[in-house]
Design a protein around this ligand. Sequence first.
Ligand code: ADP
Length: 254
Amino acid sequence: MDFRKSLHEGSSVKKVIGVVSGKGGVGKSMITSLLAVAAQQSGARTAILDADITGPSIPRAFGIKSKASSDGVVLMPVSSKTGIQIMSTNLLLANETDPVIWRGPVIAGCVEQFWTDVMWNDVDVMLVDMPPGTGDVPLTVFQSIPVDGIVIVTTPQELVGMIVEKAVNMASTMNVPILGIVENMSYFECPDCKSRHEIFGKSHIEEIAAQYGISNIAKLPIDSSLAANADAGTVEDYSGADLAELKAFYSTLM
Ligand code: ADP
C-alpha cells in the first residue's frame, strides 16, 4: 500500500479508477470508454490507461489511427478528438492486429511503464481498463498502479453474486474501495413501443450490491447505436441512454 501511495506522490494524475469485470465480453472496455466520455463531458480532464494488454480495444473505439510518440525517455499519450489522453499497447504496435502473447509479469511491467514513463498531462481522472477477471494478471496490475477505487462491470446473466464477491475480495486485498457497480446490457428498450425486455434475465444487482454495502449502481441498456459508434471509432459522438446513465453514475463517484 505504501509503495502504491508513493507512486501517486508528485504525479500529474489526481484520481485513478480501475474498471474490472469477472470475465471478458461483458462490456468492460465499452464502459471504460463511455465513462471517460461522460467524465470529459462533465468537465474533468480525463485519461484512459488501457491495461487490457492482450485485448486492447480502446484506441479503436476512439478511432485513433496515430501511434504514440517518444523522445527516447518518455512516451506521449495520444489525444482523442475531444482531448481524452490515451495510452494502449495498440498505440505502440506497428500493426494493431499483432497479437500480444505476454505472460503476467511482462504485462504488469508494461502497465507499470504506462504509469511511470508516460507524460500524462494534468489529469483529473484516469480510467484504467483492467485485464478481465480477478486472477493473477489483474492483481499484479493492481500492484503496479495506484488505483484509488474500482468500478465493477457485470451483466445480468453472469454469476453476479460470485463475481461481485471475488471483486470485493480482490479490492479488500489491495485495500481499495469499490466505488460502484455497472450492470451492462441490463435490458433492451423497444424503440417503437418503449417496453423494456430483460434479454439476459432478471437483474439481481440491487440485492447483491446491498449485500456488500455498495450504493452506486448504474443499469445500462443494450443499445445497437452504441456498439455501432464504438465499431466506427466514434464513441465520442454517441449521445444515447447509456451515456446519460453513466454521466449520472460518474457524478456519484467524484
Ligand atoms: P469486454 O471489455 O468486457 O471484453 P467489450 O467492451 O469489448 O467487452 O464489449 C463486448 C461487445 O459488446 C462489443 O462488441 C461491444 O461493442 C458490445 N457492447 C458492450 N456494451 C454494449 C451495450 N450496452 N449495448 C450494445 N453493445 C454493447
